[in-house]
Design a protein around this ligand. Structure first.
Ligand code: SF4
Length: 291
């Protein structure tokens, strides 16, 4: 019998809910323009809804001269905040407290003279923000494969992580780095909501014939959920919304698992579940013939 099973933990994390709540309040009480530096969270549907209310994103401080600047949940480098202050902007900071924790952990290592390896994607805004603490003393590596290419490091070395990286990947990074640098100091800064979503998918994926992650392709945590799901269930897909579901995916499928990234609103997940049931009923439900 066709069945859809939702992961035990899915969707919005507290950091995303918090950021959206702050933007909401800011736009209600602000009389001037409200611009968000980078995307508030990595979800196209949320960004579009904000744009419909004239709360738009900018990529660079050169695009704003006055009004309110919202710093996204991913945080920014200290010099970006300094520059915004110098421009006299009203700064509203929605940086997730668990991203701030990464900044603090990294800064503590730097203060003690360490070089820091940051496990993460160097093009991601969260990573750019952390690297901005000390660009010449923080090295970004996006997985164990990149460790062999690291320059020779003389100083004491520490390892931290982007908040949304894979737990397994972090363990491998630690193992491999310790082979080269046995005195490596480690602080696992992958956030708790990411851990919970990864644990839930590792439990669900082996039980289903197909798994759908609802989330944006630019969402780091959604990508990690997809990678993990694919280890256990080869028919795993990452989709932004219902329009990307393909009818043939449901052929010979009885159990479908569904989860969502930390920046995916619940209404998108509900739409996906409804659409999956409709496709099954229309195309694959066995028809009984009465004579
Ligand atoms: S994924 Fe983690 S670090 Fe990122 S906003 Fe959510 S709780 Fe914060």
């Amino acid at each position: 019998m066709f069945k859809i099973i939702l992961a035990e933990t899915w969707g919005f994390c507290f950091g995303v809910e918090r950021a959206l709540r702050i933007v909401e309040k800011t736009s209600e009480k602000s009389e001037g323009s409200v611009k968000i530096l980078n995307k508030i969270v990595h979800n196209a549907s949320i960004v579009k809804k904000l744009e419909e209310r004239s709360i738009t994103s900018i990529k660079d401080l050169s695009e704003i001269e006055q009004g309110t600047l919202v710093i996204s949940a991913h945080g920014v480098a200290p010099k970006v905040k300094d520059e915004a202050s110098k421009k006299g902007l009203n700064i509203v900071d929605t940086t997730c407290p668990l991203v701030t924790r990464i900044h603090k952990a990294t800064q503590q290592f730097l203060d003690k003279g360490y070089t820091v390896i940051l496990y993460g994607d160097k093009s991601h805004n969260e990573v750019k923000g952390v690297v901005g603490l000390a660009p010449d003393r923080i090295i970004v590596a996006n997985g164990p494969a990149e460790i062999d290419n690291l320059p020779v490091i003389e100083k004491p070395l520490a390892l931290v992580s982007q908040s949304t990286q894979s737990l397994d990947g972090f363990d491998l990074m630690e193992q491999k780095l310790k082979e080269k640098y046995p005195s490596l100091e480690v602080e696992n800064t992958i956030c708790e909501p990411t851990v919970k979503r990864q644990e839930a998918i590792a439990k669900l994926a082996p039980q289903v014939d197909m798994l759908i992650v609802v989330g944006s392709t630019i969402s780091s945590n959604s990508q990690r959920l997809l990678e993990l799901a694919q280890k256990f269930c080869f028919k795993s897909y990452l989709i932004d919304g219902v329009e990307q579901i393909k009818i043939e995916w449901l052929k010979n499928v009885e159990k479908v698992g569904v989860t969502a990234g930390a920046s995916t609103p619940a209404y998108l997940v509900k739409d996906v579940i409804e659409s999956l049931y409709q496709i099954y009923e229309k195309h694959y439900l066995p028809k009984t013939i009465t004579i």
